[in-house]
Design a protein around this ligand. Sequence first.
Ligand code: F6R
Length: 240
Amino acid sequence: MEVRVFPDAYGAALYTATLVETTIRQLSSPVLGLATGGTMIPVYQHLVQFHRRGLRFEHVTTINLDEYIGLEPTDRHSYHAFMREHFFDHVDLPLDCRHIPSGATCDLTAACQAYDEILRAHPIDLQLLGIGVNGHIGFNEPADHLKPHTHVVELTEDTIRQNARFFDAEERVPTRAITMGLQSILFAKRIVLLAVGASKAQAVREAIIGDIRTTVPASLLQLHPQVTFVLDEAAAQQLP
Ligand code: F6R
């Protein structure tokens, strides 16, 4: 495991974006596992800037971690809309190479199976992750048991409260999501987890130096051979 600490969130996001660029330039058909959330917005801003200065995405495939259940892809709060707004609409990534779980279907079991097929067909070269204040990755919430494959999850009160900032009111935050499972995440060849801000400091400490346990899903990353935690000083403040 590698831990890189930057003085501020800007530097951490820029470094993360350069890791993505390096992967894109090194491979002929790179597969990126992508995350949403506030932490990732500056990363996508940098990648869009890189694109304007010559970085091409035409040979890239992307696979997002998760989506809310019950929101149409056109809903402005959906992760489909997030990805269009912050990334997809600004780069030359082919439409049929962008994958996000479908949370607006009545057959969620089929949607999960279909997503696992996509994951099997496209092994992820670089997985970008954020981390929840409760230690979740993707929407794999703290629990006694964690699921390996794509599945439906009940969001915890913590997560709903945290994500309410993207909605008009807490009551509007969907209570369920569809997420990639832990095995799919850990199958990525390389994982880069970006965390910024003091609110993430405890989850970061437990993920990096705590025991490996399902109640801190990010601690399972300690089992991965090539994981990089990219932090700002605030997120790193509880590390020795
Ligand atoms: C989003 C996701 C989540 C977020 C996490 C942090 O696709 O998978 O695990 O990365 O909730 O969210 P922010 O960055 O908003 O604090």
